[in-house]
Design a protein around this ligand. Structure first.
Ligand SMILES: [Zn+2]
Ligand SMILES: [Zn+2]
Ligand SMILES: [Zn+2]
Ligand SMILES: [Zn+2]
Length: 344
């Protein structure tokens, strides 16, 4: 993801709600699609500070109530309490249960990032309030008397809340031998099923079948039983992006779609960053630190693009910088040879 700029000149990130430098309230404006400082107009009314935009805004209700969103609503254009991403929610977790608010915020952050990326490359998102495309809906549910399966059906994407628990998710990843398992990845995969229903089945079915196989033979339940009984297709690496993709043409499409969104987000991020000069003189500590910070911001954005943890710390405080400088200077210390008396 690209980074954004506050009116004070400081860097803002896709998930920013406040500027860490000037402390202004910031948010995503739906009109110019920038994270910008929001100018207060009083009475919960705000204005986008991007001079080319100036849209009158109100904060998304999920931001006001739960800090679960950093988006806004174009108040003169839409009579909506929720932003375009939050209004797709059908079911949110029971927030009276301890820990659920934190997990839900993680789900919303991943959902926003993935949907913004989908819009950036020009794919339509069906808004249930408009009825233009297949309406896209989300439900975030917990295992109850019935276990909740993460999946997609007719525009409704269900995510099991436990996927937002990083320890449990990592356990599942190891259990299934997956190279990665992330919330971002889940949303991209399930969106693959959504776009198959909306775009592929009605108009590209023959081309799909030539590439991915016939989704009616074997049927999905047959393919699923075979996969869980016998494991992935032998030699799947020569044909599929993942072992799971070899289960059925629908899963192959969803896995390939997720990989395509990984690719577009990484390339868009690279386009948004200037070429970084890492050719620093060996002795110039400040040049090393500057290069590390610049590379770090971009590397973090690459990791965030695919839902991984940050590669480097976002902030280096002054005491830490001086400690790093101390390390840098260690090589200049002349090592004293042991005194002749001690070696005797
Ligand atoms: Zn600022
Ligand atoms: Zn704007
Ligand atoms: Zn929202
Ligand atoms: Zn799937």
């Amino acid at each position: 993801m690209k980074t954004f700029r506050c009116q004070c000149g400081h860097k803002l990130f896709f998930g920013s709600s406040h500027c860490v430098s000037c402390k202004e309230t910031v948010g995503m404006c739906p009109t110019c699609r920038e994270v910008t400082a929001l100018k207060s107009l009083g009475d919960d009314a705000w204005q986008c500070s991007n001079q080319a935009c100036g849209q009158k805004l109100k904060l998304c209700q999920n931001r006001i109530d739960y800090e679960a969103c950093n988006c806004t609503v174009a108040s003169e254009v839409e009579d909506q309490a929720f932003c375009t991403y939050c209004r797709l929610n059908q079911v949110i977790p029971d927030l009276s249960i301890e820990g659920n608010l934190v997990k839900w915020r993680r789900l919303e952050a991943a959902k926003r990032r993935v949907l913004y990326g989908v819009e950036t490359i020009g794919l339509p998102i069906g808004d249930p309030s408009r009825n233009d495309f297949l309406p896209l809906k989300f439900e975030f549910k917990e295992d109850d008397t019935q276990p909740v399966s993460t999946g997609h059906a007719c525009g409704l994407i269900t995510i099991n809340l436990k996927e937002a628990d990083s320890v449990k998710r990592e356990q599942t990843r190891v259990e299934f031998g997956e190279p990665q398992r992330t919330l971002i990845g889940h949303f991209r995969h399930e969106l693959g099923h959504y776009y198959w229903d909306m775009l592929v089945e009605p108009s590209k079915l023959e081309a799909f079948r030539q590439l991915f196989g016939n989704e009616e033979n074997p049927t999905y339940p047959e393919a699923q039983s075979a996969y869980y009984a016998n494991g992935p297709k032998p030699n799947w690496q020569s044909q599929f992006i993942s072992a799971y993709a070899s289960m059925h043409p629908w899963e192959d499409f969803a896995e390939s779609f997720a990989a395509y969104l990984d690719m577009t987000s990484i390339v868009c991020t690279a386009q948004a960053f200037p070429r970084i000069n890492a050719d620093v003189p060996p002795d110039d500590f400040d040049a090393w630190l500057k290069a590390y910070r610049e590379i770090g911001v971009m590397a973090n954005e690459f990791n965030r693009d695919i839902g991984l943890l940050d590669l480097v710390p976002e902030v280096f405080n002054k005491p830490v910088i001086e400690k790093l400088r101390f390390m840098h200077d260690l090589k200049d210390i002349r090592v004293q040879s042991p005194e002749s008396s001690s070696s005797a």
